[in-house]
Design a protein around this ligand. Structure first.
Ligand code: HEC
Length: 158
């Protein structure tokens, strides 16, 4: 094998590596620019009809049953018990407590949006209004939902 041919063979994997790294970096920056962040709403002027969608509450019910139901009874999360525990607090406080401390044996470990879905489920159990939008794991949105006796149960009645 000549020296020139050996060099060509040796260079090939390196240029491939360079191309791969360059491609990876390009994808990273694209992902950075393309990050959805806060979506713009097309229906800004329309008041939201509810705090969560019924599909979201249904997902929350399933998460609750698989991750919480073994230790808890649903009666803790609805009616007077719920109103008393969360009096003068908001859905954000509830969200923080369950995200930071539950499930007791693996705090913070539920995937995706399961915590906020469970909050949506608890709101549904307490007869808060559902609508077309989903509740988001966002402090501003969750703090706007008061809990406790006498709290507004739909956005429009606030
Ligand atoms: C392994 C058992 C276990 C699992 C699973 C579990 N919990 Fe708990 N949870 C507890 C115990 C025990 C307490 C009481 C802790 C305390 O008061 O210090 C508690 C307390 C709570 C409280 C009340 C906290 C407060 O400050 O009043 C909420 C709300 C709650 N759990 C929600 C959940 C949710 C939602 C899930 C599922 C994501 C869940 N828990 C899963 C055992 C569990």
């Amino acid at each position: 094998m000549s020296a020139a041919r050996a060099k060509t063979l040796a260079d090939r994997p390196r240029s491939l590596l360079v191309a791969t790294v360059a491609g990876f970096l390009a994808m990273q920056s694209l992902a950075g620019f393309g990050y959805p962040g806060i979506e713009s709403h097309s229906e800004v002027d329309e008041p939201p009809s509810g705090y969560f969608s019924s599909e979201q509450a249904e997902r929350g019910r399933q998460s609750y049953e698989s991750a919480c139901g073994e230790c808890h009874s649903l009666t803790e999360f609805k009616g007077e018990d719920f109103e008393w525990r969360w009096r003068r607090q908001t859905a954000w406080d509830l969200f923080e407590v369950i995200t930071d401390t539950m499930p007791e044996d693996r705090p913070g470990k539920l995937p995706g949006n399961e915590y906020v879905d469970i909050v949506a489920y608890f709101l549904q159990l307490n007869e808060y209004a559902s609508g077309s939008r989903e509740l988001t794991p966002d402090e501003g949105a969750l703090s706007a939902v008061a809990l406790g006796a006498g709290a507004a149960k739909s956005p429009s009645s606030e």
